[in-house]
Design a protein around this ligand. Sequence first.
Ligand SMILES: [Zn+2]
Length: 679
Amino acid sequence: MKKILKSLGAIILALGPIISCSNSADMTVFKNVNLVPMTEEKIVENQTVLVKGDRIFKIGPSNEVKIPPNARVIDGQGAYLMPGLADMHVHLKGDWPISQLDLYLANGVTTVRDLDGRDFMLKWRDEIEQGKRTGPTIYASCPIIYGYEKNAPELVAKRKSGYDCVKLYSYFARDDFHKAMQTAKELNLYTVGHIPFAVGLDGVIAAGMNEIAHIEELDFEFIDFDRTIKLQPDEWLPYIISNAAQQFKGFASIDGGNIKAKQDRRFATVIRKLQSANLPVCTTLVIGRVIVQKLFKPNDFLTRPESRYLPQKYKEAFRQGKEKHQIQFEGIKDAAHFKYNLEIMLLAGLHRAGIPIVLGTDAGTGAMGIVPGFSIHDELRILTENDFSPYEAITTGTVNASNVVEAMTGRNDFGTIEIGKRADFILVNKNPLEDVAHIKAKRGVMAAGEWYDSAYLQAAVSPGLIPGIPIVGNVIYVRRPDSGFNTEIEIIIEDNFSGKLPDDIDGITVTIKDPNGVTRPLMLPAHRYLEQFKDFWYGIEGPPALGKYTFQVTGKGLNGTATDFQTVNRTIPFPDINTFSPAEGETLTSKTPAFSWAMVEYPDCEIYYRLVINDPAGKRVYSTRRGQNMLSHTVAEGILKPGKTYQYKVRAADSEDWVEMQNRSDSRSLTFTMAKKLE
Ligand SMILES: [Zn+2]
């Protein structure tokens, strides 16, 4: 049953006429392949591999293994079957112009670990497993615990089940860090993180953190600064950089060899400490390389083939010089070379000392320019340019990644081609153990037993799908006590559209592909245009049909496409206005008025609340983020004007992410007035 569902999932996602998985046979067979098992450095020639469900079922010489009569057969014709790759440090987001999940699959990445998890990723994970969505296997840390939260150590204990590990960030005070780590140990939770500035490598090792999230975290071990100083989170980096600038004389004329000569003893100490702790380190070296490119060859950066996939907003910020690293390295561009050289030197040291190195790229945040999937090939290349054999480099993204997952979850489930392991493969034309670049030329990818041939993968990330008109589309099941409409379709035109809104948009169509793979157009009623949000809004009576929605917009000879899924309709109760404070008609005297409400009773999923305040004409004056279990909010001074009347309501939804949200219920609006004199 599971297998059939997964095939349907692939059909739902298939683009145009290319359908990868019309065969619903229970078994897939790869015959005549050269196996790259990654159990040791070897190629086993002319093998046949049987896949049943999502597992490897049988492996043997092609002239011995019998092919079951109903199996789907993929003739390898001498191609190389290797394990799929894992990117163990990513940030999944829903707002990229092409689905990140497709970018990963198209690049042979069949496993990702998100290191700042959100509930919608757990939902993606489950949907991928059930065949309702295509993508790599997902592991996720809990949302980052930064260390400056009022109750940072307690957050470890409060983290929700379903997440695979705990991510700790840079801003922990020493005591808090030790308390947090102690809790994690008591609860048997895997911890991965930055090296907090106040703690340092010694402290992290002493507390028993399980993994370091970036090689770049070790950079700070080479800079002298006062770890006991009391600083605000945003003051730490400038403080350390100014110390480093003094210590390394403005970073001028410093190359790797020079650092090493000056810092030899310290270097050896750092490596020795990591070695005795046997502490895995995730690479993410591509960040340092891309920073150098962004600062010194910005045009090369923008014209990389994969840059077309970056979010429009990011590229705009980059062109205006307002991108994260452009700001961070302003006036100290040389520090970028210094940083990257230091990291490469550390990589070599870690490698020589046999410290477990785990492949990761930090792709996907939308703030750094690291493109999901493509970055894994850059990361592998950086390793092989620095003394790793192709086999050793691939090990970091297969065997070592799976070892880390075993430490997190107890299951060593992928990374080698062995019976019982998850069927994650890349079928490549040439031997990847000769050159990691060979991994890019592939015939297809199998992720958890689901086969995608290269034509399908290419179509899924086709540049033609990237909108000329950047849009986001959303379908939500909205329950509103004061309106008959239930299904809301919204299409927001993002910033860079060159035309006039709404006049220059001349066509909007929405199609829905149902779970049986049948596509039909959705009949749209007249829209409303919400100027404030550049939002074309449609209200349709009744709950939405389940399936994949595709939104298409044309105007000024351009077009834009976006998609959204509706996989479940939920009847979330209305927030009860009888529990609200202020009550209907109240006059508020505080400059910083507080609003509160009771939670809705809905045990099936996490509920996120949002407070929305409008003027009497219905125009949005203020709204909060969507907060999980948020039951009160204080509005800052100056937003609500003395003597004015407003309306407020509370929304309860099943996601904090607007596009990921599928269901919402809104309270009725209550009216309140701000007193003429506020105190
Ligand atoms: Zn990250």
